[in-house]
Design a protein around this ligand. Structure first.
Ligand code: FA5
Length: 299
């Protein structure tokens, strides 16, 4: 416009304006036609039933470890046990010392411990990630008066890693302290656990060593994969190991301020993932921690 002679500008301006209005009008008309076409297509499409139920979002469910944890806790609640918890970052004293592990005893090597830097306000304390839930036994005995029947489930940590071991796993600890507790009580309670969790199966008690029990035993149950005939899962023995147990050692009572001449008791400890593997036929423990929906959706 600036380059046009002054007397031609008015006419040119009018033509540009007319063109602009024509373009805008055509644009609006086209837009309205498209909207109408979309609406017509909508109205003439196959009608859908507004009364159909909506699509519900997929429902989640508990992880297999939680399913077994709840089942185990339920069994012990029925048997009159109280549920307690303990810290995962623990003093060496409560994880090993008070449980009768002598300093530098080789039995501690089996626990392949994760040590934690000393706390600033306790520079001399030896601190670790608990290697088992037996620390709850110590803490409860230090803080409660017998008789007591307690179970506790929670994470534990060891530097383990293979098809049946992971660095973090869950354990359940249970113990009963009273007067005149015998091995027969231990056998009764643990047989009940196996039967309620896995159905009617053979249960076998084998002598074994843990520094905090005497006598100590491992408990096996009839192999659920071959019904006791012998297979790869049970290494041909017909039995799979499920927990460690025994009568609470007098040194543990003494370390926790209870008179071993008065009090007796049994204790046991089992993994949670291992029973879940047996219950659901899971071949590799590591699957439990990979959060793969194809695996988790099967429960
Ligand atoms: C113990 O930890 C003892 N505190 C159990 C106990 C308690 C015995 C009271 C006597 C009296 P053990 O090291 O065997 O025992 O572990 C018990 C169970 O924990 C094992 O049978 C296994 O199921 C589980 N477990 C141990 N290490 C791992 C691991 N790295 N990954 C998965 N499960 C594990």
């Amino acid at each position: 416009m600036g380059k046009l002679p002054a007397d031609a500008r008015k006419a040119a301006g009018q033509r540009v304006n007319a063109l602009k209005m024509a373009v805008e009008k055509a644009f609006e008309e086209r837009l309205a036609a498209m909207a109408k076409a979309a609406r017509d297509a909508d109205l003439s499409a196959t009608p859908f039933d507004l009364t159909l139920p909506g699509r519900a979002p997929a429902r989640g469910h508990l992880h297999p470890t939680s399913l077994v944890r709840e089942e185990m806790l339920g069994i012990f609640r029925d048997l009159g046990f109280v549920v307690a918890s303990g810290p995962q970052v623990e003093l060496e004293e409560n994880n090993f010392g008070k449980l009768g592990f002598p300093p530098d005893h080789p039995a501690m090597d089996m626990h392949d411990t994760f040590w934690v830097k000393p706390l600033p306000h306790m520079p001399d304390a030896k601190v670790l990630l608990r290697t088992h839930t037996s620390n709850v036994q110590v803490r409860e005995m230090l803080s409660q008066k017998p008789p007591m029947a307690v179970v506790s489930i929670g994470p534990c940590y060891r530097t383990d890693e293979d098809m049946t071991h992971t660095p973090m796993f869950h354990q359940m600890e249970g113990f009963y302290v009273d007067k005149n507790v015998s091995l027969a009580n231990l056998k009764g309670v643990l047989t009940e656990l196996v039967v309620r969790l896995f159905g009617d199966r053979k249960v076998r008690f084998r002598p074994s060593y843990f520094p905090f029990v005497e006598p100590g035993c491992e408990v096996d149950m009839g192999c659920p994969f071959c019904e006791g005939v012998g297979c790869r899962a049970c290494k041909g023995t017909g039995f799979v190991e499920i927990l460690g147990a025994g009568m609470i050692h007098p040194v543990v009572f003494e370390a926790c301020g209870l008179d071993p001449e008065v009090w007796t008791g049994f204790a046991f400890g089992t993994g949670v993932e291992r029973p879940a593997m047996i219950k659901y036929g899971i071949p590799d423990l590591r699957l439990m921690f990979e959060n793969d929906m194809r695996f988790l959706a099967q429960f």
